[in-house]
Design a protein. Structure first.
Length: 292
């Protein structure tokens, strides 16, 4: 087993094994204020470096993505990096910015991997959940996360396009994004670490851990992106992730008007309106698919 720093890309560590196997990439810190993945990746690296765990086959690449945002303890410096993984950029993107340059450094990692897991957390989240496309749901149910969200790729050509998961998917990787819980709940660190170990165990890349069993996950498909278009955007009542919204119920108010759902729906990944810029997504709506 060889542990080395990538000589061409800052804050990237690669662990290689002589035995052939999957090429796995894990990102943390795409958003600098989401630290659970940072703790998880550092603990995985410590395990391997200290000999607590041994990589049995394949390769594992660990990357701290947005180092400047991590240092500043903010979501991003100038551009949301999870909207930057794309081929084409509009005139609104500063090509001299750190996030643009850093994205170009990280893209090749996603172009040559078999499995990709991106670690995030949310400002309003009572429990962890996974984001994965339908063809990856069955595999990623083994990470032990009880709730899953799918359907993101349907909107990848719009304002929420350019995320790491869909970029990796489009290049042949089986990918998922873990929202490990609340930014402010230290237990999310443990959730992220367990998910990382479960993925490596599932692929037979580390020893001493049994192959994780698939959980009976609740799966919700996203069908709508809600953007903050006016400064007066506010939620109707308490906003919570996966909150059930009966048909006709108002879930928010904007421009002095109530915003209602036309079918029984779930409120997904509600962001804090005060932290959301105009024309950025503030939440999503989804419908229940099935229990896996």
């Amino acid at each position: 087993m060889l542990i080395s720093r990538d000589p061409h890309v800052q804050s990237v560590v690669r662990i290689d094994c002589d035995a052939a196997g999957p090429r796995v990439v894990m990102f943390c810190g795409i958003h600098g204020d989401e630290v659970s993945g940072i703790h998880a990746i550092e603990k995985v690296l410590y395990d391997l470096f200290g000999g607590t765990r041994l990589l049995l086959r394949g390769s594992l690449t660990l990357a701290r993505a947005n180092e400047r945002a991590i240092a500043a303890e903010c979501r991003y410096v100038k551009h949301n990096m999870n909207r930057m993984f794309r081929e084409d950029y509009g005139p609104e993107i500063d090509r001299g910015s750190y996030e643009f340059q850093r994205t170009q450094e990280l893209k090749p990692l996603l172009e040559s991997c078999d499995y990709f897991l991106d670690f995030h957390s949310a400002p309003i989240a009572n429990e962890p959940f996974l984001v994965a496309e339908q063809d990856a749901v069955e595999f990623y149910r083994h990470l032990g996360i009880p709730k899953m969200m799918t359907g993101w790729s349907k909107f990848s050509s719009g304002t929420i396009g350019g995320d790491t998961e869909n970029y990796a998917n489009a290049r042949g990787a089986m990918s998922a994004t873990l929202e490990s819980g609340s930014h402010f709940d230290k237990s999310s660190n443990d959730v992220a670490y367990r998910a990382a170990i479960s993925l490596l165990s599932l692929l037979g890349m580390i020893g001493h851990d049994p192959r994780p069993a698939a959980v009976d996950a609740e799966i919700v498909e996203m069908y709508s992106v809600v953007t903050k278009e006016f400064d007066d955007f506010r939620y109707a009542g308490e906003a919570s992730n996966f909150k059930l919204l009966p048909k006709g119920q108002a879930f928010a108010h904007q421009n002095g008007q109530a915003m209602t759902v036309s079918e029984d729906s779930y409120l997904l990944i509600p962001m804090k309106p005060s932290d959301t810029k105009l024309h950025e997504e503030v939440c999503y709506l989804g419908r229940k698919v099935r229990r896996g």
